[in-house]
Design a protein around this ligand. Structure first.
Ligand SMILES: *Cc1c(COP(=O)(O)O)cnc(C)c1O
Length: 458
Protein backbone atom coordinates (compact mmCIF):
# COMPACT_ATOMS: atom_id res chain seq x y z
CA UNK A 1 0.00 0.00 0.00
CA UNK A 2 2.83 2.37 0.85
CA UNK A 3 4.06 3.62 -2.48
CA UNK A 4 6.62 6.25 -1.67
CA UNK A 5 9.79 6.50 0.27
CA UNK A 6 8.06 8.37 3.07
CA UNK A 7 7.30 6.53 6.31
CA UNK A 8 3.81 6.26 7.75
CA UNK A 9 4.99 8.25 10.72
CA UNK A 10 7.66 10.90 10.60
CA UNK A 11 9.19 11.26 14.05
CA UNK A 12 11.79 13.77 15.11
CA UNK A 13 14.57 12.95 17.52
CA UNK A 14 14.73 14.90 20.78
CA UNK A 15 17.64 16.92 19.44
CA UNK A 16 15.58 18.00 16.44
CA UNK A 17 12.82 19.46 18.62
CA UNK A 18 12.35 23.24 18.46
CA UNK A 19 14.30 25.27 21.03
CA UNK A 20 12.30 28.45 20.42
CA UNK A 21 8.68 29.32 19.92
CA UNK A 22 7.93 31.36 16.80
CA UNK A 23 6.00 34.59 17.17
CA UNK A 24 4.20 35.17 13.85
CA UNK A 25 3.33 38.75 14.87
CA UNK A 26 6.94 39.72 14.21
CA UNK A 27 6.33 39.11 10.49
CA UNK A 28 2.84 40.61 10.29
CA UNK A 29 2.65 43.99 8.60
CA UNK A 30 -0.73 44.67 10.17
CA UNK A 31 -0.30 43.68 13.81
CA UNK A 32 -3.27 42.30 15.75
CA UNK A 33 -5.12 45.09 17.55
CA UNK A 34 -4.25 45.54 21.24
CA UNK A 35 -6.50 44.49 24.10
CA UNK A 36 -8.52 47.48 25.23
CA UNK A 37 -9.81 48.51 28.65
CA UNK A 38 -13.63 48.45 28.46
CA UNK A 39 -13.88 51.38 30.90
CA UNK A 40 -11.46 53.82 29.28
CA UNK A 41 -11.29 52.52 25.69
CA UNK A 42 -7.46 52.70 25.96
CA UNK A 43 -5.05 49.90 25.00
CA UNK A 44 -4.04 47.81 27.98
CA UNK A 45 -0.37 47.90 28.94
CA UNK A 46 1.68 45.71 31.22
CA UNK A 47 0.46 47.31 34.45
CA UNK A 48 -3.21 47.13 33.45
CA UNK A 49 -2.97 43.41 32.84
CA UNK A 50 -0.97 42.51 35.97
CA UNK A 51 -3.95 41.85 38.26
CA UNK A 52 -5.23 39.20 35.84
CA UNK A 53 -2.26 37.51 34.15
CA UNK A 54 1.24 36.34 35.12
CA UNK A 55 3.99 38.90 34.42
CA UNK A 56 6.08 36.97 31.93
CA UNK A 57 2.98 35.88 30.02
CA UNK A 58 1.91 39.54 29.73
CA UNK A 59 5.28 40.32 28.16
CA UNK A 60 4.69 37.56 25.62
CA UNK A 61 1.14 38.81 25.06
CA UNK A 62 2.33 42.33 24.23
CA UNK A 63 5.44 41.40 22.22
CA UNK A 64 4.65 42.03 18.54
CA UNK A 65 8.28 42.18 17.46
CA UNK A 66 10.48 39.33 18.72
CA UNK A 67 10.33 36.50 16.16
CA UNK A 68 11.86 33.73 18.27
CA UNK A 69 11.32 33.33 22.01
CA UNK A 70 13.41 30.64 23.75
CA UNK A 71 11.47 27.74 25.28
CA UNK A 72 12.78 27.43 28.88
CA UNK A 73 14.65 24.19 29.52
CA UNK A 74 12.07 22.99 32.11
CA UNK A 75 9.29 23.29 29.55
CA UNK A 76 11.36 21.54 26.89
CA UNK A 77 11.97 18.71 29.35
CA UNK A 78 8.22 18.43 30.02
CA UNK A 79 7.54 18.49 26.27
CA UNK A 80 9.82 15.47 25.93
CA UNK A 81 7.35 13.39 27.97
CA UNK A 82 4.85 13.49 25.09
CA UNK A 83 6.57 15.26 22.19
CA UNK A 84 7.63 15.33 19.45
CA UNK A 85 4.22 14.30 18.21
CA UNK A 86 4.12 12.18 15.07
CA UNK A 87 3.37 13.58 11.64
CA UNK A 88 1.42 10.77 9.98
CA UNK A 89 1.11 10.13 6.27
CA UNK A 90 -2.50 9.04 5.80
CA UNK A 91 -1.74 6.36 3.21
CA UNK A 92 -4.81 4.31 4.21
CA UNK A 93 -7.14 7.30 3.96
CA UNK A 94 -5.70 8.29 0.58
CA UNK A 95 -6.20 4.79 -0.77
CA UNK A 96 -9.76 4.49 0.53
CA UNK A 97 -10.65 7.87 -0.96
CA UNK A 98 -8.91 7.00 -4.22
CA UNK A 99 -7.36 10.44 -4.30
CA UNK A 100 -4.06 11.47 -5.87
CA UNK A 101 -3.69 13.97 -3.01
CA UNK A 102 -1.06 13.31 -0.38
CA UNK A 103 -2.49 13.73 3.09
CA UNK A 104 -0.56 14.24 6.33
CA UNK A 105 -1.82 14.89 9.82
CA UNK A 106 -0.03 16.15 12.90
CA UNK A 107 -1.27 14.04 15.76
CA UNK A 108 -1.57 15.94 19.05
CA UNK A 109 -3.68 13.48 21.03
CA UNK A 110 -0.86 11.39 22.49
CA UNK A 111 -1.08 12.60 26.07
CA UNK A 112 -3.59 12.05 28.87
CA UNK A 113 -5.38 15.34 28.23
CA UNK A 114 -5.95 14.00 24.72
CA UNK A 115 -5.28 17.30 22.97
CA UNK A 116 -2.76 19.95 21.96
CA UNK A 117 -3.73 22.11 24.95
CA UNK A 118 -0.94 20.71 27.11
CA UNK A 119 1.60 22.66 24.97
CA UNK A 120 0.38 25.94 26.42
CA UNK A 121 -0.81 24.60 29.79
CA UNK A 122 2.71 23.64 30.85
CA UNK A 123 4.10 26.97 29.67
CA UNK A 124 1.50 29.03 31.54
CA UNK A 125 1.80 26.96 34.70
CA UNK A 126 5.60 27.25 34.53
CA UNK A 127 5.54 31.07 34.44
CA UNK A 128 2.97 31.18 37.27
CA UNK A 129 5.20 28.98 39.39
CA UNK A 130 8.28 31.02 38.51
CA UNK A 131 6.46 34.14 39.71
CA UNK A 132 5.89 32.46 43.07
CA UNK A 133 2.10 32.28 42.76
CA UNK A 134 0.04 29.86 44.82
CA UNK A 135 -2.34 28.89 42.08
CA UNK A 136 -4.30 29.72 38.95
CA UNK A 137 -7.93 29.76 37.87
CA UNK A 138 -9.40 28.94 34.51
CA UNK A 139 -12.47 27.87 32.60
CA UNK A 140 -12.96 24.76 30.54
CA UNK A 141 -15.60 23.95 27.95
CA UNK A 142 -15.22 20.46 26.64
CA UNK A 143 -12.70 19.73 29.38
CA UNK A 144 -9.48 19.29 27.43
CA UNK A 145 -7.99 22.57 28.59
CA UNK A 146 -8.92 21.96 32.22
CA UNK A 147 -7.43 18.47 32.02
CA UNK A 148 -4.22 19.70 30.39
CA UNK A 149 -3.83 22.48 32.94
CA UNK A 150 -4.53 20.13 35.85
CA UNK A 151 -1.73 17.87 34.59
CA UNK A 152 0.67 20.82 34.33
CA UNK A 153 -0.29 22.21 37.77
CA UNK A 154 0.07 18.80 39.41
CA UNK A 155 3.54 18.48 37.90
CA UNK A 156 4.61 21.88 39.21
CA UNK A 157 2.74 21.81 42.53
CA UNK A 158 0.32 24.68 41.78
CA UNK A 159 -3.28 24.89 42.98
CA UNK A 160 -5.93 24.98 40.25
CA UNK A 161 -9.57 26.08 40.32
CA UNK A 162 -11.52 25.18 37.17
CA UNK A 163 -14.91 26.56 36.15
CA UNK A 164 -16.42 24.02 33.79
CA UNK A 165 -19.28 24.92 31.42
CA UNK A 166 -22.34 23.34 33.04
CA UNK A 167 -23.50 21.25 30.08
CA UNK A 168 -20.02 19.71 29.77
CA UNK A 169 -19.83 19.16 33.52
CA UNK A 170 -23.00 17.11 33.23
CA UNK A 171 -22.25 15.47 29.85
CA UNK A 172 -18.63 14.62 30.60
CA UNK A 173 -18.33 13.48 34.20
CA UNK A 174 -15.24 11.45 33.31
CA UNK A 175 -13.26 14.53 32.28
CA UNK A 176 -14.16 16.11 35.58
CA UNK A 177 -12.81 13.08 37.44
CA UNK A 178 -9.52 13.18 35.52
CA UNK A 179 -9.09 16.81 36.58
CA UNK A 180 -9.89 15.97 40.20
CA UNK A 181 -7.43 13.09 40.08
CA UNK A 182 -4.74 15.59 39.13
CA UNK A 183 -5.79 17.70 42.12
CA UNK A 184 -7.92 20.47 40.56
CA UNK A 185 -11.18 21.69 42.07
CA UNK A 186 -13.97 21.76 39.49
CA UNK A 187 -17.10 23.97 39.72
CA UNK A 188 -19.96 23.90 37.18
CA UNK A 189 -20.49 27.32 35.58
CA UNK A 190 -22.48 29.49 35.98
CA UNK A 191 -22.24 28.89 39.72
CA UNK A 192 -23.43 30.74 42.79
CA UNK A 193 -19.85 31.01 44.09
CA UNK A 194 -19.11 34.29 42.23
CA UNK A 195 -20.90 37.63 41.81
CA UNK A 196 -20.89 37.32 38.05
CA UNK A 197 -22.17 33.73 38.19
CA UNK A 198 -25.04 34.73 40.49
CA UNK A 199 -25.94 37.62 38.15
CA UNK A 200 -25.99 35.33 35.10
CA UNK A 201 -28.10 32.76 36.98
CA UNK A 202 -30.56 35.42 38.10
CA UNK A 203 -31.15 36.38 34.46
CA UNK A 204 -31.13 32.84 33.02
CA UNK A 205 -31.59 30.20 35.73
CA UNK A 206 -31.76 27.31 33.25
CA UNK A 207 -28.69 28.24 31.19
CA UNK A 208 -26.39 25.38 30.22
CA UNK A 209 -23.50 27.84 30.45
CA UNK A 210 -20.90 28.95 27.95
CA UNK A 211 -17.18 29.50 27.81
CA UNK A 212 -17.86 33.22 28.09
CA UNK A 213 -19.67 32.76 31.44
CA UNK A 214 -17.01 30.46 32.81
CA UNK A 215 -14.23 32.90 31.89
CA UNK A 216 -15.98 35.68 33.82
CA UNK A 217 -16.17 33.52 36.91
CA UNK A 218 -12.55 32.37 36.70
CA UNK A 219 -11.30 35.95 36.24
CA UNK A 220 -13.35 37.15 39.21
CA UNK A 221 -11.85 34.49 41.48
CA UNK A 222 -8.29 35.14 40.23
CA UNK A 223 -8.50 38.89 40.79
CA UNK A 224 -10.07 38.60 44.25
CA UNK A 225 -7.87 35.80 45.65
CA UNK A 226 -4.32 36.78 46.73
CA UNK A 227 -1.58 34.74 45.03
CA UNK A 228 -3.75 33.68 42.09
CA UNK A 229 -3.84 34.64 38.44
CA UNK A 230 -6.07 33.65 35.56
CA UNK A 231 -4.91 31.56 32.61
CA UNK A 232 -6.70 30.97 29.31
CA UNK A 233 -6.34 28.01 26.96
CA UNK A 234 -6.89 29.68 23.59
CA UNK A 235 -7.53 32.99 21.78
CA UNK A 236 -4.65 34.98 23.38
CA UNK A 237 -1.44 35.80 21.51
CA UNK A 238 0.67 34.00 24.14
CA UNK A 239 -1.28 30.76 23.60
CA UNK A 240 -0.71 30.85 19.85
CA UNK A 241 2.96 31.48 20.59
CA UNK A 242 3.23 28.32 22.74
CA UNK A 243 1.26 26.31 20.19
CA UNK A 244 3.74 27.24 17.47
CA UNK A 245 5.64 24.16 18.62
CA UNK A 246 3.08 22.15 16.57
CA UNK A 247 3.85 23.99 13.35
CA UNK A 248 7.61 24.12 13.96
CA UNK A 249 7.78 20.35 14.45
CA UNK A 250 5.59 19.84 11.38
CA UNK A 251 7.85 22.03 9.29
CA UNK A 252 11.05 20.31 10.47
CA UNK A 253 9.52 16.91 9.66
CA UNK A 254 8.31 17.98 6.19
CA UNK A 255 11.61 19.69 5.38
CA UNK A 256 13.45 16.48 6.26
CA UNK A 257 11.73 14.80 3.33
CA UNK A 258 11.61 17.81 1.05
CA UNK A 259 7.82 18.00 1.22
CA UNK A 260 6.05 21.33 0.62
CA UNK A 261 2.38 21.42 1.55
CA UNK A 262 -0.15 23.14 -0.70
CA UNK A 263 -2.99 23.34 1.81
CA UNK A 264 -2.85 23.48 5.62
CA UNK A 265 -6.10 22.89 7.47
CA UNK A 266 -7.12 23.19 11.10
CA UNK A 267 -10.28 23.39 13.15
CA UNK A 268 -10.85 26.76 14.77
CA UNK A 269 -12.46 27.36 18.16
CA UNK A 270 -10.41 30.16 19.63
CA UNK A 271 -7.69 29.60 17.06
CA UNK A 272 -4.81 28.18 19.09
CA UNK A 273 -4.12 24.89 17.31
CA UNK A 274 -4.61 26.41 13.89
CA UNK A 275 -2.53 29.45 14.76
CA UNK A 276 0.22 27.18 16.09
CA UNK A 277 0.14 24.77 13.16
CA UNK A 278 0.28 27.43 10.47
CA UNK A 279 2.65 29.85 12.26
CA UNK A 280 6.00 29.06 10.56
CA UNK A 281 4.31 28.54 7.18
CA UNK A 282 2.40 31.80 7.52
CA UNK A 283 5.72 33.45 8.40
CA UNK A 284 7.11 32.32 5.04
CA UNK A 285 4.02 33.60 3.28
CA UNK A 286 4.21 36.95 5.08
CA UNK A 287 7.87 37.31 4.18
CA UNK A 288 7.06 36.53 0.56
CA UNK A 289 9.17 33.35 0.52
CA UNK A 290 6.45 30.79 -0.22
CA UNK A 291 2.73 30.58 -0.73
CA UNK A 292 0.29 28.26 0.99
CA UNK A 293 -3.48 27.98 1.34
CA UNK A 294 -4.62 27.99 4.96
CA UNK A 295 -8.15 26.87 5.83
CA UNK A 296 -9.87 27.41 9.19
CA UNK A 297 -12.81 25.07 9.77
CA UNK A 298 -15.50 26.01 12.26
CA UNK A 299 -18.89 24.57 13.25
CA UNK A 300 -21.94 25.96 11.45
CA UNK A 301 -23.49 26.31 14.92
CA UNK A 302 -20.80 28.79 16.04
CA UNK A 303 -19.52 30.47 12.87
CA UNK A 304 -17.30 33.32 14.15
CA UNK A 305 -15.16 33.71 11.01
CA UNK A 306 -17.78 33.02 8.37
CA UNK A 307 -20.75 34.92 9.83
CA UNK A 308 -19.26 37.11 12.55
CA UNK A 309 -18.01 40.69 12.39
CA UNK A 310 -14.44 42.00 12.88
CA UNK A 311 -14.82 44.29 15.87
CA UNK A 312 -13.88 44.90 19.46
CA UNK A 313 -15.82 42.66 21.80
CA UNK A 314 -15.72 41.23 25.27
CA UNK A 315 -13.93 37.93 25.65
CA UNK A 316 -16.51 36.85 28.24
CA UNK A 317 -20.25 37.01 28.91
CA UNK A 318 -19.95 38.82 32.25
CA UNK A 319 -18.03 41.67 30.56
CA UNK A 320 -15.24 41.71 33.13
CA UNK A 321 -12.39 40.94 30.67
CA UNK A 322 -10.51 43.30 28.37
CA UNK A 323 -11.93 43.87 24.89
CA UNK A 324 -10.25 42.13 21.96
CA UNK A 325 -10.60 43.01 18.29
CA UNK A 326 -11.61 39.79 16.63
CA UNK A 327 -14.16 38.05 14.48
CA UNK A 328 -17.04 37.63 16.88
CA UNK A 329 -20.67 36.63 17.13
CA UNK A 330 -21.13 38.85 20.19
CA UNK A 331 -20.16 37.89 23.74
CA UNK A 332 -23.80 37.20 24.60
CA UNK A 333 -24.08 34.54 21.90
CA UNK A 334 -24.70 31.12 23.42
CA UNK A 335 -24.31 28.48 20.73
CA UNK A 336 -26.51 25.40 20.66
CA UNK A 337 -25.18 22.47 22.67
CA UNK A 338 -23.00 21.27 19.79
CA UNK A 339 -20.84 18.26 20.54
CA UNK A 340 -17.59 19.93 19.58
CA UNK A 341 -17.39 21.70 22.94
CA UNK A 342 -13.96 23.11 22.18
CA UNK A 343 -15.30 25.06 19.23
CA UNK A 344 -18.18 26.78 21.04
CA UNK A 345 -16.55 30.15 21.56
CA UNK A 346 -18.14 33.38 20.31
CA UNK A 347 -14.83 35.01 19.28
CA UNK A 348 -11.56 34.16 17.56
CA UNK A 349 -7.85 34.78 18.11
CA UNK A 350 -6.98 38.43 17.28
CA UNK A 351 -3.91 37.20 15.36
CA UNK A 352 -5.94 34.88 13.12
CA UNK A 353 -8.70 37.48 12.85
CA UNK A 354 -6.22 40.01 11.46
CA UNK A 355 -4.70 37.45 9.06
CA UNK A 356 -8.16 36.45 7.85
CA UNK A 357 -9.19 40.07 7.50
CA UNK A 358 -6.07 40.70 5.39
CA UNK A 359 -7.00 37.84 3.05
CA UNK A 360 -4.08 35.62 4.10
CA UNK A 361 -6.25 32.67 5.09
CA UNK A 362 -9.64 31.16 4.30
CA UNK A 363 -12.45 29.93 6.52
CA UNK A 364 -15.41 27.62 6.07
CA UNK A 365 -18.09 26.22 8.32
CA UNK A 366 -19.31 22.63 8.41
CA UNK A 367 -22.34 20.93 9.92
CA UNK A 368 -22.07 18.56 12.81
CA UNK A 369 -23.49 15.42 11.16
CA UNK A 370 -21.14 15.72 8.20
CA UNK A 371 -18.29 16.19 10.69
CA UNK A 372 -19.18 12.93 12.43
CA UNK A 373 -19.45 11.16 9.06
CA UNK A 374 -15.87 12.25 8.43
CA UNK A 375 -14.87 11.17 11.95
CA UNK A 376 -16.34 7.70 11.42
CA UNK A 377 -14.66 7.38 8.02
CA UNK A 378 -11.34 8.43 9.49
CA UNK A 379 -11.65 6.07 12.48
CA UNK A 380 -12.38 3.16 10.15
CA UNK A 381 -9.46 3.88 7.82
CA UNK A 382 -6.72 5.38 9.97
CA UNK A 383 -7.67 3.63 13.21
CA UNK A 384 -7.70 6.71 15.44
CA UNK A 385 -10.90 7.81 17.20
CA UNK A 386 -10.74 11.56 16.59
CA UNK A 387 -12.07 14.34 18.83
CA UNK A 388 -15.20 15.99 17.39
CA UNK A 389 -13.25 19.26 17.19
CA UNK A 390 -10.45 17.68 15.18
CA UNK A 391 -13.02 16.04 12.91
CA UNK A 392 -13.89 19.46 11.52
CA UNK A 393 -10.40 19.53 10.01
CA UNK A 394 -10.79 15.92 8.83
CA UNK A 395 -14.02 16.91 7.04
CA UNK A 396 -12.28 19.70 5.15
CA UNK A 397 -9.20 17.57 4.40
CA UNK A 398 -11.39 14.82 2.93
CA UNK A 399 -13.35 17.39 0.91
CA UNK A 400 -10.14 18.87 -0.50
CA UNK A 401 -8.78 15.39 -1.27
CA UNK A 402 -12.01 14.54 -3.11
CA UNK A 403 -11.64 17.72 -5.18
CA UNK A 404 -8.16 16.48 -6.16
CA UNK A 405 -9.75 13.21 -7.20
CA UNK A 406 -11.97 15.12 -9.63
CA UNK A 407 -9.22 17.29 -11.05
CA UNK A 408 -6.39 14.75 -10.84
CA UNK A 409 -4.20 17.20 -8.93
CA UNK A 410 -1.59 15.69 -6.60
CA UNK A 411 -1.86 18.31 -3.89
CA UNK A 412 -0.21 17.89 -0.53
CA UNK A 413 -2.63 18.47 2.31
CA UNK A 414 -1.59 18.80 5.96
CA UNK A 415 -4.16 18.97 8.72
CA UNK A 416 -4.07 19.19 12.49
CA UNK A 417 -5.49 16.20 14.34
CA UNK A 418 -5.82 18.06 17.61
CA UNK A 419 -7.01 15.24 19.83
CA UNK A 420 -8.74 11.98 20.55
CA UNK A 421 -12.42 11.42 21.20
CA UNK A 422 -12.51 8.95 24.09
CA UNK A 423 -14.39 11.42 26.29
CA UNK A 424 -16.82 12.28 23.52
CA UNK A 425 -18.63 8.98 23.33
CA UNK A 426 -21.99 10.50 24.20
CA UNK A 427 -21.65 12.45 20.96
CA UNK A 428 -20.64 9.34 19.05
CA UNK A 429 -23.60 7.53 20.60
CA UNK A 430 -25.97 10.23 19.30
CA UNK A 431 -24.43 9.90 15.88
CA UNK A 432 -24.57 6.10 15.88
CA UNK A 433 -28.21 6.19 17.00
CA UNK A 434 -29.04 8.73 14.24
CA UNK A 435 -30.13 11.23 16.86
CA UNK A 436 -27.66 13.93 15.97
CA UNK A 437 -29.04 17.18 14.60
CA UNK A 438 -27.55 20.28 12.99
CA UNK A 439 -28.40 23.59 14.60
CA UNK A 440 -27.51 26.68 12.66
CA UNK A 441 -28.25 30.10 14.15
CA UNK A 442 -30.59 32.30 12.13
CA UNK A 443 -29.48 35.67 10.75
CA UNK A 444 -31.85 37.30 13.24
CA UNK A 445 -30.24 35.52 16.19
CA UNK A 446 -26.77 36.58 15.11
CA UNK A 447 -27.84 40.14 14.34
CA UNK A 448 -29.41 40.45 17.81
CA UNK A 449 -26.22 39.37 19.53
CA UNK A 450 -23.93 41.39 17.26
CA UNK A 451 -26.07 44.50 17.87
CA UNK A 452 -24.92 44.41 21.49
CA UNK A 453 -21.21 44.77 20.73
CA UNK A 454 -19.52 47.44 22.84
CA UNK A 455 -18.81 50.74 21.09
CA UNK A 456 -15.09 51.39 20.85
CA UNK A 457 -13.56 54.39 19.09
CA UNK A 458 -10.64 53.27 16.88
C1 LIG B 1 -9.77 23.12 22.50
C2 LIG B 1 -9.68 22.23 21.36
C3 LIG B 1 -9.82 22.70 20.05
C4 LIG B 1 -10.15 24.12 19.71
O1 LIG B 1 -9.38 25.11 20.27
P1 LIG B 1 -8.41 26.02 19.42
O2 LIG B 1 -7.91 27.03 20.38
O3 LIG B 1 -9.21 26.63 18.31
O4 LIG B 1 -7.34 25.15 18.92
C5 LIG B 1 -9.67 21.82 19.02
N1 LIG B 1 -9.44 20.52 19.23
C6 LIG B 1 -9.30 20.02 20.47
C7 LIG B 1 -9.05 18.56 20.64
C8 LIG B 1 -9.41 20.85 21.57
O5 LIG B 1 -9.27 20.36 22.80
Amino acid sequence: MKTENIPYKIYLSESEMPQNWYNVRADMKNKPAPLVNPGTGKPMGFDDLRPVFCDELIEQELDNDTPYIPIPQEIRDFYKMYRPSPLVRAYCLEEKLGTPAKIYYKCEGNNTSGSHKLNSAIAQAYYAKKQGLKGVTTETGAGQWGTALSMACAYLGLDLKVFMVKCSYEQKPFRREVMRTYGASVTPSPSNTTNVGRAILAKAPDTTGSLGCAISEAVEVATTTPGYRYVLGSVLNQVLLHQSVIGLETKIALDKYGITPDIIIGCAGGGSNLGGLIAPFMGEKLRGEKDYRFIAVEPASCPSFTRGVFAYDFCDTGMVCPLAKMYTLGSGFIPSANHAGGLRYHGMSPILSQLYHDGLMEARSVEQTSVFEAAEYFARTEGILPAPESSHAIRAAIDEALKCKETGEEKTIVFGLTGTGYFDLVAYQRFNDHEMTDTIPTDEQLAASIAKLPKVAE
